[in-house]
Design a protein around this ligand. Structure first.
Ligand code: OGA
Ligand code: MN
Length: 219
């Protein structure tokens, strides 16, 4: 699993694009980001999973699992390198981690991510993924897997400029192949109610805050 397959030129160009956008605005929205030969099998794999492979998403750190359908209604499944389809996504996001580190010196240390399945009617209220200085999640990623998503299907991701903003900066349809990357402690965001099942992979690049024997990120 340590062998890093050489990245095609397109991947390097994509990393340039992401790094430039992050440096300039703190976020980016990229359609058709990952190769189809990764996305399509990942989507098929996810469709083959059963309800038991998912669990209700909690709110807050350290598995507090304060379940609250009024805040978020999605079900999640953490990715691990044991499944080939999951491993390929993790490898790709690991390449992106190194690509960003090389360009922006962000010192991203690791990546954690889960599938998220929003049943019809589910949403995720406005929130921040990290609070300044209180977590090691620094960069959020969302990769969408839904073919043929239209505005009528709802489920848009709304990204706000800051806590005060009422009008979103961006409205993103969760269309298959679209990758969103943003600074975790900068942009409040929400998921509007989806009118059909909505599938994505949400993840976070983290920095290593381990100090004085306290392991952070916790494992
Ligand atoms: C999250 C999140 C956004 C999306 O899981 O924290 O904000 O569009 N997801 O799925
Ligand atoms: Mn979020």
């Amino acid at each position: 699993m340590n062998a890093i397959t050489p990245l095609p030129v397109e991947a390097e160009a994509l990393f340039d694009r992401i790094a430039d956008a992050l440096a300039e605005t703190g976020y980016c929205i990229i359609p058709d980001a990952l190769p189809e030969n990764l996305t399509l099998p990942l989507h098929r794999y996810l469709q083959r999973l059963h309800d038991e492979d998912f669990h209700r998403a909690g709110i807050g750190r350290d598995q507090e699992h304060q379940l609250n359908r009024r805040v978020r209604g999605d079900e999640i499944r953490w990715l691990s390198p044991e499944q080939p389809e999951e491993a390929r996504y993790l490898e790709w996001m690991s390449a992106l981690r190194l690509g960003i580190n090389r360009r922006l010196m962000m010192g991203l240390f690791d990546y954690e991510c889960h599938f998220a399945r929003y049943p019809e009617g589910a949403f995720y209220r406005r929130h921040l993924d990290a609070f300044q200085g209180r977590t090691n999640r620094v960069l959020s990623t969302v990769y969408y897997l839904n073919p043929d998503w239209s505005a009528d299907d709802g489920g848009e991701l709304l990204i706000y400029a800051d806590e005060q903003s009422r009008e979103p900066l961006e409205r993103v349809l969760p269309t298959q192949g679209t990758l969103v990357v943003f600074l975790s402690d900068r942009f409040p965001h929400e998921v509007l109610p989806a009118r059909r099942e909505r599938l994505s992979v949400t993840g976070w690049y983290r920095v290593n805050n381990s100090l004085g024997g306290q392991v952070d990120p916790p494992r």
